[in-house]
Design a protein around this ligand. Structure first.
Ligand code: IMP
Length: 208
């Protein structure tokens, strides 16, 4: 089965590929860089699920391929849920994550320790034959660190402290992060769906 990963984020692609490898699926993974360039789709919101489905439908219609859309973000309780679904464009799409991360830390400088809670959310949607055939959403609970730390992962990972490992996501290995992350968990549900479908319907046609 050909599967288009409908994201331009190298970080997301790396993590999604990891979730899809060595799980017994016969997949030919395609990325947007292999297609002709398209304007990014509208993200209607307000939920991660809505946006994941909108991305998958948009790129499916353009490519005719089975398409995986993902929408994710960092929800900070002390900031009333921001940046949330706006995580990528928060402070401007081209603003570096060094700047965004420093700003989140600054905005929480007066926050009581108990109010530094945050979570990552990931929604994934699979579209085939013009329809959303699978959606899953998962979260990963953590806290906003007092300062950025670690070079791993991407985006907000250096300030997302994950208590069970006593480290920021930026300090974890790719395997550690994928084992507990919002994306790793949402992708694991998708893999379960695909594996069970493959065992029931070997050779299913997932083209347009
Ligand atoms: P999207 O491409 O609109 O889904 O934007 C997702 C944004 O959320 C990313 O650009 C990051 O800013 C943030 N984000 C989502 N998942 C992660 C993660 O695993 N680590 C760090 N930042 C993340």
């Amino acid at each position: 089965m050909k599967l288009l990963l409908a994201t331009t984020s190298e970080g997301k692609i790396r993590e999604q590929r990891k979730s899809l490898e060595n799980v017994g699926l016969e997949l030919d993974i395609i990325t947007l860089s292999e297609l002709s360039e398209l304007e990014p789709p509208e993200e209607p919101g307000p939920t991660f699920r809505d946006n994941a489905a909108a991305k998958a439908l948009y790129y499916h219609r353009a490519s005719g391929l089975a398409t995986l859309g993902e929408d994710s973000g960092l929800v900070v309780d002390f900031l009333d849920g921001e940046p949330g679904v706006h995580s990528a464009r928060w402070l401007g799409h081209d603003t570096t994550y060094d700047v965004k991360n420093a700003r989140v830390v600054e905005l929480l400088s007066e926050a009581p320790e108990a109010e530094r809670t945050a979570r990552y959310v990931s929604a994934v949607a699979l579209v085939e034959h013009q329809s959303v055939v699978f959606v899953s959403e998962a979260t990963c609970e953590g806290r906003i660190a007092h300062e950025p730390s670690g070079e791993g992962g991407f985006g907000y990972d250096p300030i997302f402290y994950y208590p069970p490992f006593g480290a920021t996501m930026g300090e974890l290995t790719a395997e550690q992060k994928n084992g507990v992350s919002h994306r790793g968990k949402a992708m694991a549900s998708l893999v379960d769906f695909l594996v069970s479908r493959q065992s029931r319907q070997p050779g299913i046609d997932t083209a347009t």
